[in-house]
Design a protein around this ligand. Sequence first.
Ligand code: AGV
Ligand code: CA
Length: 307
Amino acid sequence: MRNVYFNHDGSVDDLVSLLLLLQMKDVHLTGVGVVGADSYLEPALAASRKIIDRFGHGEQLDVAASDSRGVHPFPKEWRLDAFSLDALPILNEAGTVHAPVATQPAHLDLVAKVQATDGPTTLVMTGPLTDLARALESDPSIAKKIDRLYWMGGTFDGRGNVAEPEQDGTTEWNAYWDPEAVKTVWDSQIPIQMVGLESTRQVPLTPAIRQHWAQLRQHPAIDFIGQGYALVPALQHFETNSTYFLWDVLNTVASEFPDTVTTKQVMSDVLTTGPGRGRTFETPDGRPVTLVTQVDHDAFFQHIDDL
Ligand code: AGV
Ligand code: CA
């Protein structure tokens, strides 16, 4: 079994990632942290607990709430999706919530869980890096016990997804939310595999994928995925700023099934000031990062079916 700690920020693909991690046979989740970045905290926390109850196979797992705040908040319209997801009947059939809320805030829960685990912990993160940066500041010795961070965030091709004033369009949202946190993590010794926007463009949410999930809805886990992705815009005729890709799910699947992706090593750094703040970029003076470059599209979606 691999010990995995998951920190996410409550969007649809974050919560689908939690569902997937709970189904992976050789993954033992030691903890889950939730940050209200691309979500409001309360519904993202509640939905996480209900997903553990409904799809966690009886695993005993608590969920830690983050008190981290970003430098650049996400659009409210996106953050509201967590309320809809938390209200889905498939998560509310039982009418009760059992998975407990952890006693400590998410960054301290991360420290505690890593230190309490024998051997290494693998970190999967699908939102901003703030909780990890704060965890490292609180206890730098955790770096030695984290064998790898799998992060969805950043991008190297200059095509960002932040459409906000006073920035230059080159940054990805999770990095933009807290650029300093990215820098802190980059300055640590933790090995990093990164899914940036360039590879996620190969896995947009499409009407055909929705249809595929609809036909498999007799399986409750696939039904949940279909219901969740019904809340957000698919790639219909052309890409807009709101078009959904399977960003976080690609990161989570790649953490478990390396064969579904191609990677290359890049030396990189991150800007923390100016109109490109949050931009990850290649530089010979940077730190090594394993960057996902290509996705085996069919193998990727097959792994979701095979839950
Ligand atoms: O930049 C991708 C990250 C992923 O972690 N998030 C969504 C995923 O959970 C932010 C984001 C970018 N574009 C979005 C986002 C959109 N159109 N709707 C919601 N969130
Ligand atoms: Ca996310």
